[in-house]
Design a protein around this ligand. Structure first.
Ligand code: FAD
Length: 378
């Protein structure tokens, strides 16, 4: 093969998706991934795989919500083009809360209305909720329903993307770690190493997240469930084969060591409070990894002409929510750098903040960087 147009370093979620879409678009692509084609070492392997722009709107800027909406439509269009099926469901999110936390629900609805001009949610009473999600067995008197929100089976997706790359003749180097000083030979190199990129991009930090995978064949959840709670805002997602994902803790820490007792107890207690039938579920896995984040918790692209190096990072807790929109944007700006490697990165055409945030990226980290505070969210 001639020198590739792009060499992507890091074949987790972003790297694989970008490699696939670039190859579909006719670029010569090589991909270098430190681990195997399964993707078991990527943060994307641990994740919940939710694509929930509305549920995130209360904590994210309107541009991220809009990117999430764009990603939803991209997932919908892209996944059927893969060589094997990947479980994807747009069943929507049900938000439930204990009676004492009704204030959380009011706060959520108010924030959603003010931050998301396209907000579309339904208030359900106990009867409507029982009809929509019988598994909750009348435990909640009210709920909010966010239609159309999605989840993708992350563990099916990663190896199927590897198959798709093979099918398109992309050059995949599995089990091949690339060091900072040894960039592969290509017209342009794209660094998609997630949390491992901090050796080059100093502001990248990890945000620890823990998650539990359960086998609960008797429980049929039709929607993603989120518990609105001032501290334990867990989510539950049904996966094929009677499995359930319960996530996730969030701690300002680069510590990716195994799940703590506190994390496991908090996740499982909150899940059990939502669905007592989970008492008989079996624990398949307790998983932990660190989300790759930048100081403002938004994704960013930067370009170094001297190295012909594009870096894309900061997907934070929004990898599945945002990566299709980010990939689409990278593919829009790539021709400029392939044609003229000395050009400067300007504001991205569709999502201005992706490419022009030097000042913001030099800012302080968000609060509580001491790693002590555990906030359960995602
Ligand atoms: C508990 C938890 C739950 C989450 N749930 C969700 C969710 O529901 N929805 C959502 O949108 N997001 C979620 N996320 C976030 C999402 O997983 C991340 O945003 C996403 O995986 C980041 O993608 P990435 O490609 O940047 O990094 P990764 O997926 O980590 O991929 C980076 C890849 O680079 C490789 N690599 C590293 N160094 C090198 C090197 N030197 N040479 C070659 N390869 C290298 C790694 O092996 C890895 O495969 C969750 C995260 C966690 C931890």
């Amino acid at each position: 093969m001639n020198k590739p147009d792009i060499a992507i370093v890091g074949g987790g979620l972003l790297g694989r998706l970008l490699a696939w879409r670039a190859a579909v678009g006719g670029l010569r692509v090589s991909l270098y991934e430190a681990h195997d084609r399964l993707g078991g070492q990527a943060t994307a392997w641990v994740a919940g795989g939710m694509v929930t722009p509305q549920a995130e709107a209360v904590d994210a800027e309107p541009e991220l919500v809009a990117m999430g909406r764009r990603s939803l439509s991209l997932w919908r269009g892209w996944l059927p083009a893969l060589p094997k099926p990947v479980h994807y469901s747009e069943s929507g999110t049900l938000l439930v809360w204990q009676r004492t936390d009704a204030g959380e629900a009011r706060r959520f609805a108010t924030l959603l209305r003010t931050r998301d001009p396209q907000a579309n949610y339904q208030c359900l009473d106990a009867q409507q909720l029982a009809a929509k999600e019988p598994a909750l067995e009348n435990r909640f008197r009210e709920a909010l329903f966010l239609p159309g929100e999605a989840h993708v089976d992350n563990r099916q997706l990663l190896p199927v993307l590897a198959d798709a790359l093979d099918g398109l003749g992309a050059e995949c180097h599995w089990n091949r770690r690339v060091e900072d000083a040894e960039l592969p030979d290509a017209s342009l190199v794209i660094d998609c190493r997630g949390k491992s990129a901090k050796s080059r991009w100093k502001e990248v930090r990890g945000v620890r997240g823990e998650l539990v995978r359960l086998h609960a064949p008797g429980i049929e959840l039709r929607h993603m469930i989120r518990l609105l709670h001032p501290r334990y805002s867990i989510y539950l997602i049904a996966r094929p084969g009677g499995n359930l994902v319960v996530g996730a803790t969030s701690v300002e820490s680069d510590d990716c060591s195994p799940v703590s007792v506190r994390g496991a107890l908090e996740l499982l207690s909150a899940a059990y409070a939502v669905l007592p039938a989970l008492g008989e579920a079996r624990i398949l896995e307790l998983d932990c990894d660190c989300r790759p984040a930048l100081p403002d918790n938004r994704p960013a692209i930067r370009y170094t002409p001297r190295l012909r190096l594009l870096e894309v990072n900061g997907l934070y807790r929004h990898g599945f929510l945002l990566s299709p929109a980010v990939v689409e944007e990278v593919l829009t700006i790539l021709p400029q750098f392939l044609a003229n490697p000395d050009s400067e990165l300007a504001a991205s055409p569709r999502w201005p903040s992706l490419g022009a945030r030097k000042a913001a990226l030099a800012g302080d980290r968000p609060s509580s960087p001491d790693g002590k505070e555990v906030l359960i969210c995602r």
